[in-house]
Design a protein around this ligand. Structure first.
Ligand SMILES: [Mn+2]
Length: 341
């Protein structure tokens, strides 16, 4: 398989080998989307170590997770990078815009590369780019960047394992994290048990039925969310629109996405009042010339937790707020009782 960043890949392998020379990790922490799950499957399989998924409502770089892994050697994959240490020894494999570098950690970070690799590609590089696991590298890449990310590994993987199968498997493993339970462990179990995408889709392995049921559940919730109308705040004219929904499923990002192109330059939020108990979860999408991170920073309400508010990209950012700060934000943006918790 051709390698998009060969020099970086060789260096990543050296770094991971040096980390492993001091002993194997106790655990691998990863995100719950297709990229995080395929990274975890690659690393867990190669190193024979357990995975801790960091999913709904959690952030790896906060005190609860830090306390949990305080005595451990950990690899943290696809969960961002911050200027704090985690565990006794730490290796970070990631590609999001970092907000700092943890002191003393082994860092395999692809954010400065062009094209930016998925975390699954970085993990695969670090493991020496094993040919027969190339489908997992491609799966994470397709999950994060679709079909047109410009990564040289994806086309040969499609040829060898089937473009349709890879797309179908990406869609299936991405479903559980969006369903009401939010439990992505069946998707991870499926990827870990599979020899290749055909095997994963064969029906012979655990996890597939749960992924299929989750996809149906999310499809129904998405259709319901699409029927909610956008409302505009009075203070900023048609600058900011909010769609209010109440769903246990993580359908607010896709709902915001579905509106942004239709509202003539407005920043669109979808606010989900039913996703996390006692909180409003909101996801924003902005047109190309607008900056949603800046908007949220300027209107940051008292009580907003920086780990859970206003993080992301200029055109896609959101967070969660408890009811009181949410209501303050709504007041600030000129929304009335229709948007209050
Ligand atoms: Mn990723």
């Amino acid at each position: 398989m051709e390698i998009t960043h060969p020099a970086f890949a060789a260096d990543a392998r050296t770094r991971l080998d040096a980390f492993l020379a001091d002993g194997p990790p106790d655990r691998i922490l990863s995100d719950v989307d297709a990229d995080g799950l395929s990274s975890a499957a690659l690393l867990a399989d190669a190193l024979g170590r357990p995975v801790r998924l960091v999913g709904r409502g959690a952030n790896a770089w906060t005190d609860p997770v830090a306390a949990e892994v305080a005595e451990e050697a950990v690899i943290v994959a696809d969960l961002g990078m911050r200027g704090r240490t985690l565990g006794r020894r730490l290796c970070v494999i990631d590609h999001h815009v970092p907000t700092g570098t943890p002191e003393g950690a082994t860092v395999i970070h692809g954010e400065a590369l062009d094209p930016v690799p998925s975390t699954s590609l970085l993990a695969w590089y670090a493991l020496g780019a094993p040919e027969d696991r190339g489908w997992l590298a491609a799966l994470g890449c397709m999950g994060d960047y679709g079909d047109k990310g410009g990564h040289l590994e994806v086309a040969p993987a499609k040829k060898r394992w089937g473009a349709g199968r890879l797309r179908e498997l990406t869609s299936l493993v991405n479903a559980p994290r969006r369903a009401a339970s939010g439990d992505a462990s069946p998707a991870l179990a499926l990827l870990r048990a599979a020899e290749d995408p055909a095997h994963a889709l064969s029906g012979d392995l655990p996890g597939l039925a749960e992924c299929e049921a989750a996809r149906e559940e999310v499809k129904a919730a998405t259709a319901a969310a699409r029927r909610a109308p956008p409302r505009f705040g009075s203070r900023y004219g048609s600058d900011v629109a909010i769609v209010r929904i109440d769903s246990p499923c993580q359908v607010h990002p896709l709902t915001a996405q579905s509106w942004v192109g239709r509202l003539r330059g407005a920043i669109v939020f979808c606010a989900n009042f039913g996703y996390l108990p006692g909180r409003v979860s909101f996801s924003g999408r902005a047109p190309k010339d607008r900056d949603i991170v800046d908007l949220l920073a300027r209107h940051r309400p008292v009580g907003a937790d920086p780990a859970h508010y206003g993080n992301g990209h200029r055109q896609a950012a959101g967070g969660t707020l408890e009811h009181e700060p949410w209501n303050a934000l709504m007041n600030d943006l000129g929304f009335g009782p229709e948007m209050r918790a």
